[in-house]
Design a protein around this ligand. Structure first.
Ligand code: NAI
Ligand code: MG
Length: 487
């Protein structure tokens, strides 16, 4: 059976290659994190399907590239409209498959999927320009040319949202795409493939090969026919991919994990600080940007902790389809066990857990209680490793210098949140923080014109605006002399 019914929609469980559905001999089982229910048997891709997909994407490349930004833009705008027309289906589908809140998918995430596509299509047409400049009378003319076939490897925490940060600029650049969605959340990518077909995107321009990282993923990133690899996921996997990419010198863009600090200074609005801190539990803590290390000035630590716990106690955990729910389940049993392992080891290590610290027994299944670890031992696992669950640490500092030292004291550098009542104070801190994105007195404001990515082990490269095109396209400079012209 190659179709399943989820959320009233018919989802094809096969790959999408060269505009047609292709089945694999083997399948794997996809379940819903909400209640463990069976969602379907998904085609499990291997080298053979990757070969087919690369061939299809290469064949489609010239035609797509030749359409130019305006020709491609028309089809991409239609695709964005189709996402909006099917928003409710996509929202329900994603919730069933990955357990994130239906209300956020409806209000925020799926509208952003459409926006991601529209934004990059528009950017390629209207903003991807560089003023020519002169060198001794010679003009330098910069252009962004299509580069070939992009391998896009995406995670399960925001499947279609994160995929379209890559699909948008890759397709707008004139590249063709092979998407390998995360094995736990393949459904929205499959449905999206149907929408690309309906939008009239030519066969082979957008392809989806499903399956495991070690099989389909590994074959894809090692393929010599790939011009770019864009990956969002974990640091260990990024290292494996970088090694595979090295053989072909394929450029990579990596968006990896973090252990971001949320700094609450003595001059902060503590209600705002507590509100921002509690937000770090969103998506059951499965957010790369999450500020999981709350660093508070010692003078306000007690007052902040009271406000934080007051707010955190109101978090409603439950079925992500219920509009009252604030946080849902973890993605998968394997991941749930990983999170529980971190917390159990912290307990065994004598760390003080003042909230949560265990599965939600009432709800059962994959629900883990929002957890707070107080004053973890510096350097211990719980305060250095990315847990990727609803587990926050709280520590205190006594000076700006100490705050900065603690904030910057990990191997990561993805994001930071600064809460302070004085601009000068905030400026002084942000200047010395190591992070791709810093939010001051706010969180999660993301403009697609801005660069996004991580420093240190949190990533390689930046995406957004021109930064995306600098990666996906072949940037070319044509130098034209004033001499030698016949007319
Ligand atoms: P992962 O990094 O193993 O998986 C992400 C994607 O990479 C999936 O599509 C997977 O199939 C693919 N992949 C895995 N091995 C591959 C290989 N050898 N070649 C090509 N592709 C490969 O992440 P996983 O195991 O699902 O999660 C583990 C941890 O990673 C989490 O606990 C969290 O700490 C972190 N993570 C961070 C994310 C982020 O947004 N930065 C997203 C997902 C996970
Ligand atoms: Mg699933």
């Amino acid at each position: 059976m190659s179709f399943i019914e989820v959320a009233g929609a018919r989802i094809d469980t096969r790959h999408y290659i060269g505009g047609v559905r292709v089945a694999s001999a083997e399948t794997y089982t996809n379940t819903s994190p909400i209640d463990g229910s069976f969602l379907g048997e998904i085609s499990r891709g291997t080298d053979a399907e990757i070969e087919l997909a690369v061939a299809a994407a290469r064949k489609a490349f010239k035609g797509w590239a030749d359409l130019g930004p305006v020709g491609r833009g028309e089809l991409l705008m239609r695709l964005a409209e189709l996402v909006e027309e099917n928003l409710e289906t996509l929202a329900q589908l994603e919730t069933m498959d990955n357990g994130s809140l239906l209300r956020s998918h409806r209000r925020g995430v799926m509208p952003r999927v459409a926006m991601n596509i529209r934004f990059f299509a528009d950017w390629a047409i209207n903003h991807l320009k560089h003023e020519p400049f002169e060198t001794r009378g010679h003009s330098n003319n910069i252009s962004w040319d299509p580069s070939g076939v992009c391998a896009l490897i995406t995670p399960w925490n925001a499947p279609l949202m994160l995929a379209t940060w890559k699909i948008g600029p890759a397709l707008a650049s004139g590249d063709t795409v092979i998407l390998k969605p995360a094995e736990w959340t393949p459904l929205s990518a499959s449905y999206f493939a149907d929408l690309t077909k309906q939008a009239g995107i030519p066969d082979g321009v957008f392809n989806v090969v499903q399956g495991f990282g070690k099989e389909a993923g590994a074959a894809l990133v090692a393929h010599p026919g790939i011009s770019r690899i864009s990956f969002t996921g974990s640091v260990p996997t990024a290292k494996v991919i970088a090694r595979a990419a090295a053989d072909n010198l394929t450029p990579v863009s990596f968006e990896l994990g973090g252990k971001s600090p949320l700094l609450v200074f003595e001059d902060a609005d503590l209600d705002l600080a507590a509100e921002l801190a509690v937000e770090q539990y969103d998506n059951a803590g499965q957010v790369c940007l999450s500020g999981t290390r709350i660093l508070v000035h010692e003078d306000v630590a007690d007052e902040f902790a009271v406000k934080f716990r007051e707010r955190a106690s109101k978090i409603k955990q439950g079925d992500p389809r219920d509009p009252e729910t604030d946080i849902g389940p973890q993605i998968h049993q394997v991941h749930f066990d990983r999170i529980k392992g971190f917390v159990d080891r912290a307990k065994a290590d004598g760390q003080e857990i003042i909230m949560g610290g265990e599965p939600n027994a009432e709800l059962g299944g994959l629900f883990f209680k929002p957890t707070l670890v107080k004053n973890p031992t510096p350097g211990s696992e719980i305060v250095t490793a990315e847990v990727f669950g609803p587990v926050l640490c709280m520590q205190t500092f006594s000076s700006d210098e100490e705050a900065l030292e603690m904030a910057n004291g990990t191997e990561f550098g993805l994001a930071a949140v600064v809460v302070s009542g004085h601009r000068e104070h905030a400026d002084k801190i942000t200047k010395d923080l190591v992070a791709g994105t810093i939010w001051v007195n706010c969180f999660f404001v993301r403009d697609l014109r801005a660069p996004f990515g991580g420093s240190r082990k949190s990533g390689v490269g930046r995406e957004g605006g021109n930064w995306s095109f600098d990666f996906y396209a072949d940037v070319k400079n044509t130098v034209v002399s004033p001499n030698g012209w016949k007319e």
